[in-house]
Write a new protein. Structure first.
Length: 208
C-alpha cells in the first residue's frame, strides 16, 4: 500500500442531486482529514463545491492528477452514475465502489447511511477488488467495421422494422450456437441482468 499522503481517491457524484452534493462534501472532507487526496473531474468539482461550507482542497483529474495515479473511485449516486464512472475508468485498473443514493442500486456496494464507514474502509485499505466481465462490441457492415463500443451490463441486437423479425446467428468462439428468427437478442453479463447475476452466470457462457 502506498503512503497515506500519496494516495489519491477519485470521487464521482450525481451533480444534479442535493444529497449527492452533500455526500461528496462529506466524503472529500473525511478523505482529506485522513491524509488522502480527494480528486474530481473538472465539471463535477465546479458544480459540487459551489456552496460547500469550509471546503477542503480537491485536486482535478487529468490536470493536477493523472488518471494513472488514482487508487480507487468512489461513486455517489445510483446505477447510472456508476455506469458513467465505469466509462471514464474502463481502460484503467481503477476499481470503483458505489454508494447508492438512488432508487435502484444493484451495482452499489453500500447505502448512503454507510458512507462514513465506507470511506473509513478505504482509508484503512480494508477492501477487496472483484473483477467484472464486460462486453466488447463491434458492428460490421459489408466486411467493414463501422462502430465499436463496450457494455458493463448488456448489449441488444434489435429489429429496425416493427413488422418483421430479424434472423440472428449466435456464435461462441466462432463456433455456431444457434440460429433463429426473433424481435431481438440480449447478451448480458452477470453485472447487467439481476436475475442472471443472482444465479452467478451470464446468458451465454456461464462465466462470472
Amino acid at each position: 500500500m502506498a503512503e497515506a499522503e500519496s494516495r489519491k481517491i477519485l470521487v464521482f457524484a450525481h451533480t444534479g442531486r442535493k444529497e449527492a452534493r452533500e455526500a461528496a462534501r462529506q466524503a472529500c472532507t473525511q478523505l482529506y482529514r485522513a491524509g488522502l487526496t480527494p480528486v474530481m473531474n473538472r465539471s463535477d468539482l465546479e458544480t459540487l463545491t459551489e456552496n460547500w461550507a469550509d471546503p477542503v482542497p480537491v485536486q482535478v483529474v487529468h490536470e493536477s492528477v493523472p488518471l494513472i495515479d488514482i487508487e480507487l473511485g468512489v461513486v455517489l449516486g445510483g446505477d447510472g452514475s456508476i455506469l458513467r464512472a465505469a466509462e471514464m475508468v474502463r481502460r484503467t485498473t481503477i476499481p470503483l465502489v458505489g454508494v447508492n443514493l438512488g432508487h435502484v442500486g444493484f451495482l452499489a456496494e453500500s447505502e448512503e447511511s454507510d458512507l462514513g464507514e465506507t470511506v473509513e474502509r478505504i482509508v484503512s485499505g480494508e477492501y477487496t477488488v472483484e473483477e467484472r466481465m464486460a462486453i466488447e462490441v463491434e458492428v460490421w457492415h459489408e466486411s467493414k467495421r463501422v462502430h465499436t463500443d463496450w457494455a458493463l451490463n448488456e448489449v441488444s441486437v434489435e429489429k429496425g422494422n416493427r413488422e418483421k423479425m430479424i434472423e440472428v446467428i449466435i456464435e461462441v468462439d466462432r463456433k455456431p450456437l444457434s440460429t433463429f428468427g426473433c424481435d431481438g437478442v440480449v447478451m448480458g453479463t452477470p453485472t447487467g441482468s439481476t436475475a442472471y447475476a443472482f444465479s452467478g452466470a451470464d446468458l451465454l457462457s456461464g462465466r462470472r
